[in-house]
Design a protein. Structure first.
Length: 319
C-alpha cells in the first residue's frame, strides 16, 4: 500500500512540474518503471486523460493531463491561444465568417480560380497570409479592411506594411497602374500573369522581385526609377508585348532570364549576341563559336549562356 501511495505522489509531483514548465526527457526516467507498474487503466474525458491504478477505472484518478483540442496563433503571430473567439473590437473591420467562431486568417492558392464572376474581393482584418496566386485569374480588385496588421490596399492592390512592398496585384487587373510613393519593393510574383499594359514604378523603389512582372503578356511600358538597384530573376520573362525598356544606371544586379521571351531582348540580340546592360552580361544564348567577353563587363548573370535548361552546343570557347 505504501508503495502505491509513493508512486501516486511522485507522479503527481511530476505532473505539477510539467504544468509549471517544460522538462527534459530524462526527467521521466525516475518514475517510468513505477508508472508502468502502478497505472492499470486510462480514461478520456474531453481533452482530459485520466490515469487509474485500478483496472476498471474506478476510484480517483492517480493523476490527469489536460490537452488542448487545438491551438491558434493570434493575429499578431506572437501568442498561441487555446480557443480563438471572434471579437470585432480585437479585429476591427472584420466580419464574423461563422466558421465556429474562427476568423479567416489565410487565403490559399487558387481559391478563386473557377469564379469568373468574382471581380472584387474584400479581405478581413484577420487575414495575415495570402498566397501569391490566390486571385488567379479573374479578380480585378482586392480591398483590405482597416485594422489588418500585415496588409493594406490602395487602388485595389495589396501592399505589405512591414516591408513597404507592393505585395500582389490581382491577375484580372488591366490597363495602367501607377504605384504610390512610399513603396520600397516590388515583391516576388507581384504582377505575375496580370493583364496590365503600363506600370509606373515610383522613385524610392530599390528592388524588383523574382517573376515580378513575368508573363504579363499585355505589358508594353514600364517606367523604372533612378533608385532601383536590383532586378531579380525572370522579372520580365514572358512579357510578349514589351519592346522597349530603359534600365537605370543605378541597377547593379540583374538576375537570370530577366528578359527571356520578350521583344526587348530579341532587339538587343539582333544588335549583338552578347547583351550587356550596365556592365552586366545578361544574355549570350545566341552567341556561337569562340566567345570573348567584352571589356568592361563586371558581372555575368546566371544562365546567361544556357539554352533551354541545358548547355549551349553552339559555343565552343569563352574567354
Amino acid at each position: 500500500m505504501s508503495k502505491q501511495i509513493s508512486t501516486k505522489t511522485t507522479i503527481r509531483n511530476l505532473t505539477a512540474e510539467i504544468k509549471k514548465t517544460f522538462v527534459k526527457k530524462d526527467a521521466f526516467t525516475p518514475v517510468q518503471a513505477a508508472a508502468n507498474a502502478a497505472i492499470k487503466s486510462l480514461g478520456v474525458d474531453g481533452n482530459t486523460v485520466n490515469f487509474y491504478t485500478s483496472t476498471d477505472k474506478s476510484g480517483t484518478a492517480a493523476f490527469s493531463v489536460d490537452f488542448p483540442s487545438e491551438l491558434f496563433l493570434d493575429q499578431t503571430k506572437t501568442t498561441f491561444v487555446a480557443k480563438f473567439k471572434f471579437d470585432a473590437a480585437t479585429y476591427p473591420g472584420a466580419t464574423d465568417p461563422k466558421l465556429d467562431g474562427k476568423p479567416v486568417t489565410a487565403i490559399g492558392s487558387g481559391v478563386f480560380v473557377k469564379t469568373e464572376n468574382v471581380k472584387s474581393v474584400e479581405i478581413p482584418a484577420t487575414v495575415t497570409e495570402i498566397d501569391n496566386d490566390a486571385f488567379v485569374p479573374f479578380v480585378e480588385r482586392v480591398e483590405v479592411a482597416e485594422g489588418n496588421v500585415v496588409f493594406f490596399s490602395k487602388d485595389g492592390i495589396i501592399y505589405e506594411k512591414e516591408s513597404d512592398a507592393l505585395f500582389l496585384c490581382p491577375c484580372g487587373r488591366s490597363g495602367e497602374v501607377t504605384i504610390p510613393e512610399g513603396t520600397r519593393r516590388i515583391a516576388d510574383w507581384a504582377f505575375s500573369s496580370c493583364g496590365v499594359t503600363s506600370v509606373v514604378v515610383p522613385e524610392g523603389v530599390e528592388y524588383l522581385g523574382w517573376d515580378a512582372f513575368a508573363y504579363c503578356e499585355e505589358l508594353k511600358s514600364v517606367k523604372l526609377p533612378s533608385t532601383l538597384t536590383e532586378i531579380d530573376g525572370s522579372a520580365f520573362k514572358g512579357c510578349l508585348s514589351l519592346e522597349t525598356l530603359e534600365i537605370p544606371e543605378t541597377v547593379t544586379e540583374i538576375g537570370s532570364s530577366v528578359f527571356e521571351e520578350t521583344p526587348f531582348l530579341e532587339k538587343l540580340r539582333a544588335k549583338n549576341p552578347l547583351v550587356v546592360i550596365n556592365n552586366i552580361l545578361v544574355d549570350g544564348q545566341t552567341a556561337k563559336g569562340e566567345v570573348v567577353i567584352p571589356d568592361g563587363v563586371m558581372k555575368i548573370s546566371g544562365d546567361a549562356f544556357e539554352v533551354e535548361y541545358g548547355e549551349n552546343p553552339n559555343i565552343t570557347k569563352v574567354t
